[in-house]
Ligand binder design. Structure first.
Ligand SMILES: Nc1ncnc2c1ncn2[C@@H]1O[C@H](COP(=O)(O)OP(=O)(O)OP(=O)(O)O)[C@@H](O)[C@H]1O
Length: 148
């Protein structure tokens, strides 16, 4: 089934929002297939955000992501990449709808507390980068209560 890469950024960890964020994905019915608290160095952060290397905010983005521990996760479920982005909300929290993670919990783009893969292809790339050993293979006993 489809998987996505979700990362709680250093501000989300520092602000004690890890549980609040995880519960939104769990309650939706998505399944946790990988989870770790880690710090990343500059080369790793630059690799993760390599598509944004020409952006003027790239330097501050790398500073931000390497400024403290992050929570890296793999979530699985039908349509999880797109629905995950919907749950997260728009990049700029000022434009994120209420009810979304960024809409409820963040104020500015440079401290938007969470990352989610933007396509199935980037999810596969990001999961391979962050979880070289791959996901944990298990199935929730709730599966038949979530899917027909
Ligand atoms: N104009 C900006 N000023 C400062 N930081 C920015 C700006 N635009 C984007 N960022 C930072 O770079 C991250 C990646 O930008 P991108 O355009 O890929 O948005 P996104 O896909 O919503 O975010 P993410 O990849 O973190 O889920 C944003 O989440 C934000 O932390």
């Amino acid at each position: 089934m489809e998987q996505t890469f979700i990362m709680i950024k250093p501000d989300g960890v520092q602000r004690g929002l890890v549980g609040e964020i995880i519960i939104r994905f769990e309650k939706k019915g998505f399944s946790l297939k990988g989870l770790k608290l880690m710090t990343v160095d500059r080369p790793f952060a630059e690799k993760h955000y390599e598509d944004l290397s020409s952006k003027p905010f790239f330097g501050s983005l790398i500073e931000y992501i390497t400024s403290g521990p992050v929570v890296a996760m793999i979530w699985e479920g039908e349509g999880v990449v797109k629905t995950g982005r919907t749950i997260i909300g728009a990049t700029n929290p000022a434009q994120s709808a209420p009810g979304t993670i960024r809409g409820d919990l963040a104020i500015v783009t440079g401290r938007n507390i969470i990352h989610g893969s933007d396509s199935v292809e980037s999810a596969q790339k990001e999961i391979a980068l962050w979880f070289p050993d791959g996901p944990i293979n298990w199935q929730s006993s709730l599966h038949p209560w979530i899917y027909e």
